[in-house]
Ligand binder design. Sequence first.
Ligand code: ATP
Length: 235
Amino acid sequence: MLTVDHLSVSYGQHRALDDVSVKIAKGEVAVILGANGAGKSSLLRAIAGLSEGHAEGDISFNGVSLIGLSPDDIVTAGIALVPEGRAIFGDLNVEENLRLGAYSERARANEAANLDRVLTLFPKLRERRKQITRTMSGGEQQMLTIARTLMGNPSVLLLDEPSEGLAPVIVERIGELILQLRDLGATVLLAEQNMHFCLGIASHATVIDKGEIVYADTIEALRANEAVTQKYLAI
Ligand code: ATP
């Protein structure tokens, strides 16, 4: 269980998150929905220990507080962030990028097995193992970014707007992949603006606006609630 308890994050005078509490059960796919600037990345980055702001409140994983742990310790605890955009080393090939993802102690011990497991999830990347990654399409680079994070063998995956700027067919593939990971036992927390992408993938949705929770329920209940979707989600 990942628990965010009364979390606030401020950048100087600006309070980007205000008293946010969320619980994500093991094996669940949950989503944080909100418009640009709502505070989604601030939440995911705080969980990963990468907040650039001042954080108050508690974040715990299986009952152990993550507050004060380094980002590396949080990765070792099993929580990994796939950041927004494509975080790859363009001059390196696919396999070199993947091996760089196996930097934590947890990952290094099983690097060869992890590489094989990840390449099985992403057959396209197996075919393209030697391709220099800056020559790949945006969708392939996004897949590689996710695959590289999976090299750390996380039990909780935090995905920051994985559907952003991608063609519908790639977005669909990312959705299938999230379900595959869930079926393999992973817990997933998504940050998204796109509710439609999350239907059929996430079970629970929390909507934030200007740093505050304005709605939390099943994603199906959210879809049926036009007042909330029209007010807070650009759909
Ligand atoms: P987007 O969908 O555009 O990525 P978001 O919901 O992820 O938005 P955040 O990136 O968490 O939102 O930003 C929330 C607010 O905090 C915004 O007003 C943003 O300008 C501000 N903010 C985020 N990071 C910083 C920072 N490092 N320094 C100052 N302000 C920041």
